[in-house]
Design a protein around this ligand. Sequence first.
Ligand code: CTP
Length: 403
Amino acid sequence: MLNGKQIVLGVTGGIAVYKAVELVRLLTKAGADVHVIMTRSATEFVGPLTFQTLTANPVHTEIFNLIAEREIGHIALADRADLFIIAPATANVIGKIAGGIADDMLTTTVMATRASVLIAPAMNVNMCTNPIYRENEEKLRRHGYRFVAPVKGMLACGWEGEGKLQDPAIIMEEAVCALTRQDLVGERVLVTAGPTLEEIDPVRFISNHSSGKMGYSIARAARRRGAEVVLVAGPTCLDDPWGIETVHVCSAAEMRDAVMERVAASTVIVKAAAVADYCPKSRAAGKIKKSADAMVLELEKNPDILAEVGRVKGDRVLVGFAAETSDLVENARKKLTGKNLDLVVANDIGQPGAGFNVDTNIAKLLHRDGRVEELPLMGKDEMATIILDRAAGLRKQGMRGEE
Ligand code: CTP
């Protein structure tokens, strides 16, 4: 996502400057070419050499510095940027930008850029709630500047409240959003992910090897493209993705209720969860004690959530998954027609690099018109992008049909 992108990072004075160092590390690790501009007060907190070493680019601090190619420094940087980030951004710099003041390298470059600008403020809580600051922020938002809101916590000045610079990983995520084509704005995407867990007694359960990674990648990718996303997740070890309403469920029955409640409000539904087909007929209230040499566990069928959604889907785009160990296409096609799906992502989970608990996947995409697309081994993030491309295409087709 950030590989090869030119990012100009403005750093202004505040104790949070040390977190900008971490942000630079994350950006460069993701393949971005980062150019840092520091205000004079930022250099009081961290020396330019730190940023220069991490970015392998000269750090800009002075406005009237002609660079080697004899371009005007601030215009060259402003033109080069794919994205402009200011982190940490003080109330002062935000006020200056909002007021049209361009009196140093940073403010002149921001004024001259045509790139998206992402501002991550950090300041004292009372500055943050000051109506003048609020007006400045509001004005910049109206002009299309993006903000990553500061968080609440203990502030270096001794006050407690809103004003701490957001986590660099989250600023990164917002940077990725700012650089992603917003082709899913207006779509409401419901994604399921992970396994379900069916309790036998207070200590045992039936589940499967699903890590949830595929569904989480789809949810994240949809948000980056501008969709409103709800993720219904079975138990996984993954952190809740930033900016996504995540509903945690345990059993298939709970997942069914969480999904069915949200179908009406969705336009695209992607069911990546590995739902247990059966659950114990009854859950023992106490731990089942060891007794006979063999035991029989009576199971009953769980609701087929995808099939139920298929019956009421209307013009929503419905994407299902098929995890198979044999006759991949034939079995997946049965699911496509039997569950009234628009697209099936068929995984041969016997293949190395596909299926459960890995970061990669290999799949065939089965379309309603009989087409089968073969996707080679790729990262789950990359596959998520392709699945959403197809879903977006189907939504467009559907909308054209309505006209
Ligand atoms: N699915 C579901 N509810 C179930 C079982 C499956 O919603 N009770 C969904 C999964 O989320 C997935 C698709 O159905 O999108 C296919 O799941 P899979 O386990 O491959 O197939 P099943 O329909 O359960 O059939 P089988 O286990 O016989 O292959």
